[in-house]
Ligand binder design. Sequence first.
Ligand SMILES: [Zn+2]
Ligand SMILES: [Zn+2]
Length: 288
Amino acid sequence: MPGAIAPGPDVTLQVRVNGTVIAVPLERYVLGAALSEVTPTGEAPAIVSRVYEVQAVIARTYALSHRRRHAKEGFDLCDDTHCQLYQPDRIRTSSFARAAEAAVDRTRGRVLRVGAAIIDALFHADCGGHTTTPATAWAGTNAPYLPAREDQVPGARHRAWTFEASMADWRTLLNGDPRTSVGTRLTRIVVDATGPGDRVTALRLVGARERVVTGEVLRSVVSAARGPRSVMSTRFTASQTPSGFRLTGTGFGHGVGLCQVGAIARARRGDSLADILGHYYPGARLGG
Ligand SMILES: [Zn+2]
Ligand SMILES: [Zn+2]
């Protein structure tokens, strides 16, 4: 049972970094991944410490539950967002390296489990105010510890975004992918259905051809052309403008599991490590 591997100081991961596979002791990997995945700029030292405890537990849990993910290619994990960001240079260069190292030591060997199994500790940058489920986000498999939950914490800086383009630009964007290709005309973009956490689950693109896609398909099509900071999440509404269409949304990322914006706000109000993890992964136990 791969989910039940006991973490220990002797675990070594084979990580592909910039194309080269290197052996990295687990806790060293956790430090590099935590520093790569969160940068709590401007936060007080106590908050920085708590944020890195949270990210260290997530990084360790994720590494052990996804170990062997690249087994067919001869290593465990890659250094990209496909697995977790892992930029080991940050251990040398980040001004948070010492705080993160202390947080990794304090949480050494601790992972999140349900029963004996290590959970899939998914996380994202910003839920926009409400997390969602794997089934809603990417037609994935739901788990009781990955619910859609409101994430309203005083002081949480969930972001709002808009993405606007002219009719002609929208047509070009949509016609760039067979899943959203509307042909020579585009007349409407309509949200037909939303799922838990107000994620768009059915978006109707009316043109020379009519397409109905998930919000995630639209996000990936637009992101491929305009980058990840264009359509930042699937938590949006659509409206017509004089020259084209506008999406108005909140959040950044897939919205499943822990929200980093919410976790930082919880750290600021003094929530414990267990409280923060318990909100986003209810029912999971923090242990060895
Ligand atoms: Zn990978
Ligand atoms: Zn949130």
